[in-house]
Design a protein around this ligand. Structure first.
Ligand code: GLN
Length: 539
């Protein structure tokens, strides 16, 4: 007998990768939470990296940061945004972490005399992480997304662990959801279910019979499609859930609800179906499609070929737009471009997001200069604040050679630098200023007005800071330090320019805390300013 009341939903993927498992998990979690359940999502990444922190945004999209400073897969961002939760490092683990722990135990002598094997030692460690996280968070339902596709070598131990949990907890406490994609044959465009059938067969080989299939499709499933999938997959026809392509991911929970997916899941897990209020969600998600007034916001960065590199920033802008009932056109500007001024024409607002390395820096500085001089609403995030300070130092304080030591180690005016006690970093993994830090906000500033508070907390992921040696001159020339780190008064967390329509930048990453139903005040402020509206107190 198990020592807890946990229930589990395991989400796997099949046919191809990138079918939307993360959004499916986020949507399922959002619906169950709205129905009053305490849910805990966990993302398993079968790669060997210890965490996502050292991975290139080109390959894996943005690195998402939690309050407790974990550098995680971007799916955690979807989970937090949809479920309106703050997750911790126990919601994401990789093969690397699992093996590291098992080998550590072996060296420690915890398995003395035994041969260490994938089953049971590695699978036990996987199960322990899932079950302990569920117990620690007192979750009613733990939703586990297994990254990759069924059939990948890397995913095997995780599927096996899921199978074992099913064996231990039993039917009624574990549900398996497999996310697949319908194939369409050229030129007839006929829908083909065979890859789906085969993908279910792969799972069955591993001892897992999915209860539900989420079928990504570009057209509604026909009765015939459903019947076939149901028959070959051995799945109840009403448990075959269509997932039509959508304009905005926030529609997915609405579509799931339409086919009673949340009710069926609860039924499968033998949980009561409580009444829920979905009105706010439906209204905001609806506005993302129906809003008419168009606002153009420029995102000036260097990873523009990868749509996911600035995912949380874009989602935060969308949350604000939904609340303001405007339609956003976010356009990406490559900061490596020669003529940023030309590209910025027609921008109602400018965002310079976070980043690393010298490439494209001058373009970002130029974008800030244009925003500042042309009175265009501007929001700088992390690196975006650092370039704003460099720009101000160069063009408003006359320090023409000002730079960050990240980009020019010998710069004459290192206005951005590593603080002396933070130098000496030998390892690049996990050694930045990471996670939640509190800031004290200056009275009567725009930042105070936006947050409606004098003490706030935001997440961080960076090494460099505004150099205290330059604080005086920057302030003297009119840059207002509207927030200072609560733990170290030398650290600047927010800057703003009072005479500007909206010029705010922060050393933090506020984009990690915005939700559809709770847009972040800084993004909302920017969107309001871009829409030509006054800032209301506390929004
Ligand atoms: N590269 C800068 C630093 O390390 C900014 C980092 C970021 O934008 N996340 O401080």
């Amino acid at each position: 007998m198990t020592k807890d009341n946990l229930k589990f939903i395991f989400i796997t993927g099949g046919v191809v990768s990138g079918v939307g498992k993360g959004i499916s998990v986020a949507s399922i979690g959002a619906l169950l939470k709205m129905r009053g359940l305490k849910v805990l999502p966990i993302k398993i990444d079968p790669y060997l990296n210890r965490d996502a922190g050292t991975m290139n945004p080109y390959q894996h999209g943005e690195v998402f940061v939690t309050d407790d400073g974990a550098e995680t897969d971007l799916d955690l961002g979807h989970y937090e945004r949809f479920m309106d939760l703050s997750l911790g490092r126990d919601s994401n683990f990789t093969t690397g972490v699992v093996y590291e722990h098992v080998i550590h135990m072996e060296r420690h002598g915890d398995f003395l005399g035994k041969t260490i094997q994938i089953i049971p030692h590695v699978t036990n460690e996987i199960k322990r992480r899932i079950i302990e996280a569920g117990r620690d968070h007192k979750a009613q339902v733990v939703i586990v997304e297994i990254g990759g596709t069924a059939g990948d070598i890397e995913a095997e131990p995780f599927l096996e662990a899921a199978r074992q949990i099913f064996g231990e907890y039993g039917s009624g406490r574990v549900a398996f959801v497999h996310v697949v994609k319908m194939d369409y044959i050229f030129p007839s465009d006929e829908a083909k279910t065979k890859p789906i059938q085969q993908s279910v067969a792969i799972l069955r080989e591993k001892g897992i019979q999915p209860d539900f299939l989420i079928v990504r499709c570009k057209r509604a499933l026909t009765a015939d499609n459903k019947e076939k999938i149901s028959l070959f997959g051995n799945i109840r026809p009403d448990y075959v859930i269509p997932a039509l392509d959508v304009q905005t991911v926030y529609e997915v929970p609405i579509n799931f609800r339409k086919c009673k997916f949340d009710r069926s899941l609860l039924e499968r897990l033998r949980l009561p179906v409580k009444k829920a209020n979905f009105t706010i969600w439906d209204k905001l998600a609806g506005r993302l499609k129906s809003a008419r007034r168009v606002l153009r916001i420029a995102l000036v960065g260097k990873y523009i070929e990868n749509v996911d590199a600035y995912l949380s920033v874009e989602e935060s802008l969308k949350h604000a737009a939904a609340s303001e009932n405007v339609k956003l056109e976010i356009f990406h500007i490559d900061s490596g471009n020669d003529n940023i001024g030309e590209k910025l024409k027609g921008a109602g607002g400018i965002v310079v997001p976070g980043g690393f390395g010298v490439r494209g820096i001058e373009g970002k500085i130029r974008a800030v200069e244009i925003a500042r001089e042309s009175n265009i609403p501007f929001l700088g995030l992390c690196l975006g604040m650092q370039v704003a300070v460099i720009e101000f130092a160069r063009n408003a304080c006359g320090l023409v050679k000002a730079n960050s030591t990240e980009f020019d180690r010998k710069t004459k005016h290192p206005v951005i630098d590593i603080l002396p006690d933070q130098r000496d970093i030998k390892n690049l993994g996990g050694t930045m200023r990471l996670g939640a830090y509190a800031a004290e906000i200056k009275e009567k500033t725009l930042v105070e007005k936006l947050y409606g508070s004098r003490r706030i907390s935001e997440r961080h992921r960076h090494r460099y800071e505004v150099n205290p040696k330059y604080h005086e001159i920057l302030k003297k020339r009119g840059l207002v330090f509207s927030g200072i780190a609560a733990h170290d008064k030398r650290i600047v967390e927010f800057v703003e320019l009072p005479k500007h329509r909206f010029f705010v930048a922060t050393q933090a990453h506020p984009e990690f805390k915005s939700r559809l139903v709770r847009p972040h005040p800084l993004f909302w402020g920017l969107v309001r300013a871009a829409a030509g509206k006054k800032q209301r107190f506390g929004l």
